[in-house]
Design a protein around this ligand. Structure first.
Ligand SMILES: [Zn+2]
Ligand SMILES: [Zn+2]
Length: 175
């Protein structure tokens, strides 16, 4: 607190008068924020907030900060300083939020790259020859069942051919 001659004089401190019923004249200083005059004990600006407001604050970090301010002894409730306090807080939060978002953005981009890499790995796995062979075997079995339900000479030959083909595929898979 700057204490040049301009912001020091003798007078009654309104905080002392209201809180301690002390109307004696003493050295008082001008608050650079609200321009009010207060004694040495009450010159420090304090937040104009109630206990209820602090209790309702959801952000735990802000809540702790507000408790700290609220617990400070002496000082005077200064609306101008309170406004500035919250403006600064908002600016800080904005900066922190922007920083946080930037970091988040980077993480997201990294995750996207990772996801892309993973998905391409998965698709590579999907097109493995083993999978194709399995699908073919299932299809062949399906045709086999249909053919067996219509037993003519031609179909019997085809059934044998299919069985040979299936065995060949099983050999390919087992390799
Ligand atoms: Zn005072
Ligand atoms: Zn003030």
């Amino acid at each position: 607190m700057e204490n040049s001659d301009e912001n020091v004089k003798f007078g009654i401190c309104p905080e002392c008068k209201v809180r301690e019923n002390d109307s004696s004249e003493k050295k008082i200083y001008q608050c650079p924020y609200c321009k009010g005059w207060f004694c040495e004990k009450h010159i420090e600006p304090k937040l104009v907030i109630t206990w209820n407001v602090i209790e309702r604050t959801k952000d735990p970090i802000l809540k702790e900060k507000l408790y700290e301010e609220w617990r400070k002894e002496g000082g005077h409730p200064c609306s101008v300083w309170t406004m500035q306090y919250f403006e600064n807080l908002e600016m800080k939060e904005k900066e922190e939020r922007e920083k946080f978002l930037k970091v988040l953005d980077k993480i997201k981009k990294l995750e996207e790259i990772n996801l892309y890499a993973k998905s391409s790995e998965v698709s590579k796995k999907k097109i493995s020859s083993k999978d194709v062979a399995v699908v073919l075997v299932v299809l062949l079995c399906f045709f086999l069942i249909i053919l067996l339900n219509y037993p003519t000479a031609v179909h019997y030959i085809m059934v044998y051919l299919f069985i040979v083909f299936v065995l060949f595929l099983i050999l390919v898979i087992l390799k």
